[in-house]
Design a protein around this ligand. Structure first.
Ligand code: PLP
Length: 388
C-alpha cells in the first residue's frame, strides 16, 4: 500500500473540492452545452464559468481558452495547428515527448526542426534560441518548466525574442500551471498548454491558450465547438474540474502555498543529501518549480530505487524508462551533460497539495536506507564509501 505519494509530476489526486464541483455535472447539469434547452444551457453556464476560471489562472481572455483532452493534445494542436511543410520550428532537447514526438512527425511532413541543447543546470540559453532563428522560422516551442527536473525556463526572454523576430511562440506549461503563477501576457506567448491531472483535476482534460488573432488549424473536424478550434462535445465534468482546480491554485498563491511547498521540498532534498554521500540534485542552482527534486545516487539504479521504495510504500519515479528491454537514461538528464550511469541513478520526488510534513519524514527515513541497502548489494560499489 502507498503510504506517501511523491510522484505528483506524473499525476495528482483530485482534490475533494474539485470532486464536489464536478459531481453535479453527472446528474443536475449533465446536458450537452450545444443544446438549447434548459439542461444544455445549464451545462453551458458551467463551461463558461470554468473558462473564466482558467483564463484568470493564465492571465488571458476567456475566449483565448480552448479546452482539450490534456497536455498531449494541447501540444499537438499548438504545433500541428501552426506548422506547414517548409516551415522551421525551434524547440529544445528537453521537451516532453508530446512536443518532441510531434516535431519528428513534422519533419516527416517536410518541416525543419532545430532542437537546441541546454546548459548543465538544465536551462535553455535564450541566445541559442536567437541564433537558431532562420528566415522560415514559424514557431518556437520551449517548455515553461521541465517535468523531470522542475527547472524553469527563461520563457519571458524567449517570448521577447519571438516577438522581435515576428515568430509565433508556444510554451508547454503543463508542469508550471498551478505550481507557479503563469501569465500568458507577461510571457508574450501565442500558445500555452496546460493539463488538468497535473494540478489536481482529473486525467483527460486540459486547455490550450490561443492568443486572439492566432490562426490555428484544428486537429479534428466536426462541430463548431471551442470556436471551431477543437471539435467534439465538451468534457463538461472535466472542464468544470479544471476550472475549480485553477481557482484553488490561484487562492493558494494568495496564501503563499507555493512558498510553503518549496520549504517542504527543500527540507526533503537537504535531509536526503545530509544522509547520503555521492548524491546531488540535478538542476541545482537553476530556478525550479517549488515541488520537484530530481536527485542522483551514484552506484544505484533509479529503477531499482523506485521498485524498492514502492515496496515500502513510497511512490516516486525514475527518469529512465525501459525501452526495447534496455533501461534508457533520461533524454533530459543526458541533454544536461550527465553521464548515462548518473542519469540512470536518478529519481524524481514531486510534491502535491495533499502532501504533509509526515510524508516528507517518511521519505527522509526510507530513501537513505534504501540507497544504502542497494549499494551494499551492488558488486561494484565500495562498501567503505557508505557513510550512513
Ligand atoms: N507536457 C509535459 C511537460 C508533461 O509533463 C506532460 C505529462 O507528463 C505532458 C505534456 C502530457 O500531458 P497529458 O498527460 O495531459 O497528456
Amino acid at each position: 500500500m502507498t503510504i506517501a505519494y511523491l510522484d505528483n509530476n506524473s499525476t495528482t489526486p483530485v482534490l475533494p473540492e474539485v470532486i464536489e464541483a464536478m459531481l453535479p455535472c453527472f446528474s443536475e447539469s449533465f446536458g450537452n452545452p450545444s443544446s438549447i434547452h434548459g439542461c444544455g444551457r445549464r451545462a453551458l453556464v458551467q463551461v463558461k464559468h470554468a473558462r473564466e476560471q482558467v483564463a484568470a489562472l493564465l492571465d488571458c481572455l476567456p475566449s483565448e481558452i480552448v479546452f482539450t483532452s490534456g497536455g498531449t493534445e494541447g501540444d499537438n494542436l499548438a504545433l500541428k495547428g501552426m506548422m506547414s511543410p517548409g516551415d522551421h520550428i525551434i524547440t529544445s532537447a528537453i521537451e516532453h515527448s508530446a512536443v518532441l514526438g510531434t516535431c519528428t512527425w513534422l519533419e516527416h511532413l517536410g518541416c525543419e526542426v532545430t532542437r537546441i541543447g541546454v546548459s548543465s543546470n538544465g536551462q535553455v540559453e535564450p541566445d541559442s534560441v536567437r541564433q537558431a532563428l532562420r528566415k522560415n522560422t514559424r514557431l518556437i516551442s520551449i517548455m515553461m518548466a521541465n517535468n523531470e527536473t522542475g527547472v524553469l525556463q527563461p520563457v519571458e526572454e524567449i517570448g521577447k525574442i519571438a516577438a522581435e523576430a515576428d515568430v509565433w511562440f508556444h510554451t508547454d506549461a503543463v508542469q508550471a500551471a498551478g505550481k507557479v503563477p503563469v501569465s500568458a501576457r507577461n510571457i508574450r506567448c501565442d500558445l500555452l498548454t496546460i493539463s488538468g491531472h497535473k494540478m489536481h483535476a482529473p486525467q483527460g482534460v486540459g486547455a490550450l491558450f490561443v492568443r486572439k488573432g492566432t490562426r490555428l488549424q484544428p486537429l479534428f473536424y466536426g462541430g463548431r465547438h471551442e470556436r471551431s478550434r477543437r471539435a467534439g462535445t465538451e468534457n463538461v465534468p472535466g472542464i468544470v474540474a479544471l476550472g475549480k482546480a485553477a481557482e484553488v491554485a490561484m487562492q493558494g498563491f494568495e496564501r503563499g502555498e507555493d512558498k510553503k511547498m518549496s520549504t517542504l521540498r527543500d527540507r526533503l532534498q537537504q535531509g536526503i543529501l545530509a544522509q547520503v554521500e555521492e548524491a546531488g540534485v540535478n538542476g541545482e542552482g537553476a530556478p525550479r518549480i517549488p515541488n520537484t527534486s530530481n536527485i542522483y545516487f551514484d552506484h544505484v539504479e533509479g529503477e531499482s530505487m523506485v521498485i524498492s521504495l514502492d515496496l515500502k510504500g513510497l511512490a516516486v519515479s525514475a527518469g529512465a524508462a525501459c525501452s526495447s528491454g534496455a533501461i534508457e537514461p533520461s533524454h533530459v538528464l543526458i541533454a544536461m551533460g550527465l553521464p548515462a550511469a548518473r542519469a540512470r541513478a536518478s529519481i524524481r520526488l514531486s510534491l502535491g497539495r495533499q502532501n504533509t510534513a509526515e510524508d516528507v519524514d517518511i521519505a527522509l527515513a526510507l530513501v537513505p536506507e534504501t540507497v544504502a541497502r542497494l549499494r551494499e548489494l551492488s558488486p561494484v560499489y565500495k562498501k567503505t564509501a557508505i557513510s550512513i
